[in-house]
Design a binder for this molecule. Structure first.
Ligand code: SAH
Ligand code: SF4
Length: 352
């Protein structure tokens, strides 16, 4: 069985032509619109019953389902979503003054093994397809009263479970599907992709000519420190990573966003200076993130020790002095297991 949402309009037209005889051309457009409204086959009321039956025989109906919704005091909504094979991923919907941002998952698990991250602890289970990623958004849009023309979601961040650039082809296809004029039509300018820094894939992404924002999980200013907390630093040095980032920036002219978990080892005055040096020539913004609960204790990995409040404040001052644009990320939904992978893990543990 296939997933309807995996197909672009052109692919759907082709697919329907192979399974249905003599179909008017506008049918595929109608079905495509329904698929983006996340309608059940029976809800597709302008589609002849026979075709609806054919669709039922060939396609999975609405592949992603909401298993659980948690609503935080600040209005942030966190969802546990099930995929057709029973795997679970998580998704977060945050309300801001300018609109609603959804944070979606790109993989079940992750094989990058960052020391601070709950998603990576059991490795990668599987990649999500483009249609599964799209369906995360469609199911939540519908659940919150939206349709493909009256959207309740304005911005997308690929920052849930998984490393998007380790699922490259599906992620690029997803970006094209969600921004398709005849579909949800969400501007690529409103989409951010966060990566732990797969330098080769960043260069490839730059050549796709997408208008998305690239977010880099940097978390350290020396290779030595980065290797202590992120396995990917053993594959790509900061030099290689920044070469790729510069390539992306020069090609797209899009401002780069950096994520930076504040740790005792990475908030020294020298780190601020090195940050400035590393980012020379880029237009960029730093998001400072307080560390959320991690799968490892500080005894297991001393590099994960957080800074004192005073040290963190001094680092902030140092960045300001150097003219580095930085904000501390608002920790939305911390009362509902806010950080990446935490909710899924707590649900897995209960199921064990
Ligand atoms: N794989 C991608 C996107 C998913 S992780 C990436 O690594 O960028 C999303 C963000 O959450 C990343 O910036 C990651 O470094 C951060 N993160 C993961 N675990 C965290 C924790 N325990 N505390 C704070 N941030 C965390
Ligand atoms: Fe994977 Fe990102 Fe978690 Fe690292 S932080 S393990 S890349 S999901």
């Amino acid at each position: 069985m296939k997933i309807l949402q995996d197909l672009s309009l052109t692919e759907l037209k082709r697919e329907l032509e192979t399974i249905v005889e003599k179909m008017p051309r506008y049918r595929a457009e109608q079905v495509f619109k329904w698929a983006n409204d996340y309608a059940s086959f029976d809800e597709m009321n302008n589609i002849p019953k026979e075709l609806r039956e054919t669709l039922k025989e060939n396609f999975i109906e609405n592949p992603v389902k909401i298993e659980k919704e948690l609503i935080s005091k600040d209005g942030t909504k966190k969802y546990l979503l099930s995929l057709p094979d029973g795997n679970i991923v998580e998704c977060v919907l945050m309300s801001y003054k300018y609109g609603n941002t959804i944070c979606i998952s790109t993989q079940v698990g992750c094989r990058m093994g960052c020391g601070f991250c709950a998603t990576g602890i059991d490795g990668l289970v599987r990649n999500l397809t483009a249609g599964e990623m799209l369906s995360e958004i469609l199911v939540i849009n519908k659940h919150n009263g939206g349709t493909s023309t009256d959207r309740k979601i304005t911005n997308i961040v690929l920052m849930g479970c998984g490393e998007p650039l380790d699922n490259y082809d599906n992620v690029v296809k997803f970006i094209k599907l969600i921004s398709a004029k005849e579909g949800m039509n969400i501007s690529q300018r409103n989409i951010s992709l966060s990566t732990c820094g797969l330098a080769d894939k960043i260069k490839q992404l730059a050549d796709e000519d997408l208008g998305i924002t690239l977010t880099i999980s940097l978390h350290a200013t020396t290779d030595e420190h980065r290797k202590k907390i992120m396995k990917v630093a053993k594959a790509f040095s900061l030099k290689e990573l920044f070469f790729a980032i510069n390539y992306y920036f020069n090609k797209t002219k899009r401002r780069i966003v950096f994520e930076y978990i504040e740790l005792d080892i990475n908030t020294n005055p020298d780190d601020a200076k090195r940050l400035k040096e590393l980012c020379k020539g880029l237009s960029y913004h730093m998001n400072l993130i307080p560390m959320n609960a991690t799968p490892h204790t500080i005894e297991e990995n001393p590099a994960l020790k957080p800074p004192t409040k005073e040290k963190s404040a001094a680092f902030w001052e140092e960045l300001k002095k150097l003219g580095i644009s930085a904000t501390t990320r608002r920790t939305l939904g911390s009362d509902i297991a806010g950080a990446c992978g935490q909710l899924r893990r707590s649900s897995l543990k209960k199921g064990e």
